[in-house]
Design a binder for this molecule. Structure first.
Ligand SMILES: NC(=O)c1ccc[n+]([C@@H]2O[C@H](COP(=O)([O-])OP(=O)(O)OC[C@H]3O[C@@H](n4cnc5c(N)ncnc54)[C@H](O)[C@@H]3O)[C@@H](O)[C@H]2O)c1
Length: 339
């Protein structure tokens, strides 16, 4: 029988790419997405329409907080594994509307965990974020470093899901992997993120806001690399506590009391914001009008992943060059928006 995977957030940027990858492999996928209006719902509908055209895909359109709908979808589909990506994302919006993060990320994730426990799925995988490293100045960030000082409610709710996931992994022996993603970009990307906003503004001859006067660094991760990492980790569930016969890998975040670990998925290269802007300008062949701004509240000056745990577990390390990734995004953007 075909493998069955339930993915939440399939109308979203990362969920869409992951679903496409798994469907192409012949895996049966059920998507669950509430089509929230945090950004352009039309873009979400187009992503879902592409998935609907692939054999093996079905979907439920409902919110995570709607427990009856979530239970019905998961009970009806009976997944072998669950990948939970739906969330209220975005660092900056969490200053405006913190409640949306509590609802979607804390209560919504709890509902997913309950269903995963009931079905005793082989592996539950859930998205966290590099933002949980918060104010930690030590870099590159490794999973075993402290991540106890979140700077936003977004980061705090994601840290909460890591802890909740650990408790369920311990109590119910539910193999759980938490991902910490680092600034993901690529075709079909999010309109609220820098690459999309910059390309859109530059092509419309509008100025772009560059925070901290461009002295910001991000570990940009190409979405194709990211979903490949997820795919490989899917087959690497954390082992149960009983029967562990090999010592943990060096730098492993594997819990001593639960089948639970947290894994960074990042490119391991920090890119200066101004270099990022220059690479976009070079690809578009247009100079940006730059609006240099101070640092925004809640923002961190840099993120940088140590991706050696991912490599040790899967043999894989993301490696798309930022220029190639930007070129792929721009090609998609021009075609999609006929620019
Ligand atoms: N993109 C990044 O750079 C990045 C970085 C770190 C972590 N993450 C995490 O990865 C995951 C996927 O992010 P993305 O970039 O694809 O975001 P996205 O906003 O494109 O996708 C999230 C999807 O979840 C759905 N959703 C949101 N709240 C919901 C709710 N309460 N009920 C049902 N559906 C809901 C939305 O409609 C959307 O389609 C998120 O958990 C996010 O926090 C993303």
């Amino acid at each position: 029988m075909s493998r069955r995977i339930l993915i939440t957030g399939t109308a979203g940027f990362i969920g869409f790419h992951l679903a496409r990858l798994l469907l192409a492999e012949g895996i049966v996928v059920h998507g669950y997405d509430g089509m929230t209006d945090y950004y352009d719902v039309e873009l979400k509908r187009r992503r879902h329409a592409l998935l609907q055209a692939m054999p093996g895909f079905s979907a439920t359109e409902a919110m995570l907080e709607d427990r009856a709908a979530l239970d019905a979808a998961i009970d009806g589909f009976a997944p072998d594994e669950i990948v939970h990506l739906a969330a209220q994302a975005g660092v900056r919006y969490s200053l405006e509307n913190p409640r949306a993060y509590l609802d979607a990320n804390v209560l919504g994730t709890f509902n997913v965990m309950e269903a995963a426990r009931r079905h005793a799925v082989r592996h539950l995988m859930m998205a966290s974020t590099s933002s949980v490293y918060g104010a930690n100045p030590e870099m590159p960030y490794a999973e075993t470093m402290q991540a106890d000082h979140p700077m936003t409610i977004y980061a705090a709710t994601k840290k909460a899901t890591e802890s909740m996931g650990h408790a369920y992994a311990h109590l119910w022996g539910l193999p759980t992997t938490m991902f910490r993603f680092f600034t993901v970009y690529g075709p079909w990307g999010r309109p609220d993120m820098a690459l999309f906003k910059f390309v859109e503004a530059i092509l419309a001859d509008r100025p772009i806001d560059i925070y901290n006067h461009g002295e910001m660094y991000r570990d940009f991760t190409y979405v194709g690399d990211l979903v490949r990492g997820i795919r490989l980790l899917l087959d690497t569930p954390p082992p149960q506590v009983e029967g562990r016969d090999t010592p943990p890998l060096e730098g492993d975040s594997l819990s001593p009391v639960a089948p639970w670990r947290v894994v960074n998925i990042g490119n391991s290269e920090k890119v200066r914001l101004l270099d990022f802007v220059e690479a976009i300008e070079a690809e578009l062949g247009v100079a940006a009008r730059r609006n240099l701004m101070p640092m925004q509240p809640g923002d961190v000056p840099a993120t940088w992943a140590d991706a050696s745990l991912l490599q040790a577990l899967t043999g894989y390390r993301p490696q798309t060059d930022i220029r190639d990734g930007i070129a792929a995004f721009v090609a998609w953007y021009r075609e999609h928006y006929r620019q």
